[in-house]
Design a protein around this ligand. Structure first.
Ligand SMILES: [Zn+2]
Length: 319
């Protein structure tokens, strides 16, 4: 008896509906259970941008039907494929579980036993929320790069945090101002605080997501400067994706950095990793954003095209 069949049976037994379902939901913390569920009985198969995608839907999908999930997924895939030049893995298994409410997430992506993601979504989610969603693109970014040892989780979370809005802006799904809005509002959360011992040793939420995102923005600027504008971070990330095949493999950060640096003929990824991993380094964020020609005045994000790195700023959000 597969799980889908079991759930249908449970659904018809009024008294027992909730508890067995919750028990199942817990098994979905296990990537092998999610992978099995999707591979054995997918509700949808899509072939997009070179990736073969299997999707299973669980929970009550009366309101959140298959077509809406497909539209949502296609939109995310078009952003991620534009950024990486293809869908980032050959095969992806996605389990979408409907739950109460209207929120998108939480979601988890694993690299074993294959590239697999479990994403939860409120069955009352609106079409506007699905169109504006960032969670799908964040998880798809995780597919693109190798997994790294847990102490460097910031390296992966930072890449997803940095790439997700950029990819959507490049595809025209959000305006460039929104990309820089998060940099102004949220990146300061990634600065080291008292007692910080560097990114590899300080596993707080702020350092993991926004400290990690700052690393990638610093890399973006270093690559651009070193190559006199010939390369951008996107070139390095595409090369890492091609060399690794995505998140099914576990690499050291040094290996990832080397693959990216080789593609852009520099050492930005490795040297920034060396600088930031073992000690607290406060980044001059205002100075960096100022160089890019980004500032906030009266609550509005403003661009200065005379700033020294204004061309890089425009390039980051251009396909
Ligand atoms: Zn993540």
């Amino acid at each position: 008896m597969n799980r889908r069949h079991f759930l249908q049976v449970v659904g018809s037994v009024a008294v027992a509906t909730q508890l067995p379902w919750q028990a199942f939901a817990q098994t979905y913390d296990d990537p092998e259970a999610v992978y099995d569920r999707v591979r054995k009985s997918p509700d949808l198969r899509l072939s997009l941008y070179g990736g073969s995608i299997a999707i299973a839907l669980d929970g009550d999908f009366q309101a959140l039907d298959k077509d809406r999930v497909e539209t949502w997924l296609r939109r995310g895939a078009s952003a991620i494929a534009a950024y990486f030049g293809r869908f980032p893995v050959d095969q992806w298994s996605l389990l979408v579980t409907a739950k109460d409410g209207s929120r998108i997430g939480p979601a988890t992506t694993w690299g074993y036993p294959g590239s697999v993601t479990h994403l939860t979504v409120g069955r009352n989610v609106t079409d506007d929320a699905l169109r504006d969603d960032w969670v799908m693109v964040h998880e798809m970014t995780h597919l693109a790069l190798p997994r790294v040892p847990m102490r460097s989780e910031w390296f992966m979370e930072g890449s997803a945090t940095y790439v997700e809005p950029v990819a959507r802006a490049q595809r025209g799904q959000i305006p460039p101002r929104e990309v820089w809005r998060w940099a102004v509002d949220d990146m300061p959360k990634g600065q080291p605080r008292r007692g910080d011992e560097g990114l590899d040793h300080t596993h707080t939420w702020g350092r993991t997501y926004w400290g990690g995102a700052m690393y990638w923005l610093l890399a973006e600027i270093a690559i651009y400067k070193h190559s006199n504008g010939k390369y951008r971070l996107q070139d390095a990330l595409r090369a890492i994706n091609r060399a690794s095949g995505g998140n099914k493999v576990l690499w050291s950060v040094a290996q990832v950095a080397q693959a990216g640096d080789a593609a852009v003929k520099g050492d930005a990824l490795a040297s920034l990793y060396g600088e930031l991993k073992d000690r607290p380094v406060t980044i001059d964020l205002d100075g960096m954003l100022g160089q890019l020609g980004v500032s906030e005045q009266d609550g509005v994000i403003r661009f200065d095209d005379r700033a020294p790195l204004a061309a890089l700023r425009r390039s980051i959000t251009t396909l």
